[in-house]
Design a protein around this ligand. Structure first.
Ligand code: MN
Length: 206
């Protein structure tokens, strides 16, 4: 069965297991065998936000970023840690029904492999789970829209331990004028906007 965009339902189902990625995603270079993945899902819930997720120890560690990631190192974006998600949620696109947790439409806004670049003062790599526990993560992202180093720093803003900041590090991936959330709104998997996903689902329901 084909939807109006020409993406078959089967394609979506296959894409949910990213350990066996479909050719489309492989061609786009988003899934590589030897690196964990990151994904940023744009989520039009009660309030629009971006869910930033990192594959770690078999789950997706997750933060809700109200303003989305910035490519400007001067921006500090609030990132509220939320519950871990299952790995197979990494390429979910669609509409979460009303009454369910996080109801609203979702697209995969960016995704790709990431590397841990966190070092201690002696220059030794700090493992991801130790960095998470310490509240100081540094990673290198190879997305289509966001690239290079990003730091996630726990701040306990307003006394809440789940409040972190997502900050672009200074490197060739920075772009002080760029605003990828505004200029590149579409899904990296299906090239749809979040409005199109919502509208398609609405049509299928009728
Ligand atoms: Mn969300």
């Amino acid at each position: 069965m084909r939807s109006t965009t020409g993406h078959s339902r089967r394609t979506y189902r296959d894409m949910r297991d990213f350990r066996k990625p479909p050719k489309q995603a492989m061609r786009k270079g988003m899934w590589k065998k030897h690196n964990p993945i990151f994904v940023i899902q744009k989520h039009a819930a009660r309030r629009l936000h971006y869910d930033f997720r990192l594959e770690m120890n078999g789950v997706l560690k997750s933060w809700a970023v109200p303003k989305g990631p910035s490519t400007n190192p001067k921006d500090r974006r609030l990132a509220v840690q939320v519950e871990d998600h299952r790995l197979d949620y990494a390429d979910f696109e669609g509409v979460i029904g009303e009454g369910e947790y996080g109801s609203g439409s979702v697209i995969v806004w960016d995704a790709g492999p990431y590397r841990n670049i966190k070092k201690d003062k002696a220059g030794h790599e700090v493992a991801m789970d130790a960095a998470l526990k310490k509240g100081g993560i540094e990673i290198w992202l190879e997305g289509k829209k966001v690239r290079g180093g990003y730091a996630l720093i726990r701040t306990k803003l307003a006394g809440k331990k789940e409040n972190w900041l997502l900050i672009k590090m200074r490197d060739e991936g920075q772009d002080i004028r760029g605003s990828p959330t505004e200029k590149q709104p579409r899904s990296v998997l299906t090239d749809r906007t979040i409005e199109q996903v919502a509208a398609e689902q609405e049509r299928e329901r009728r």
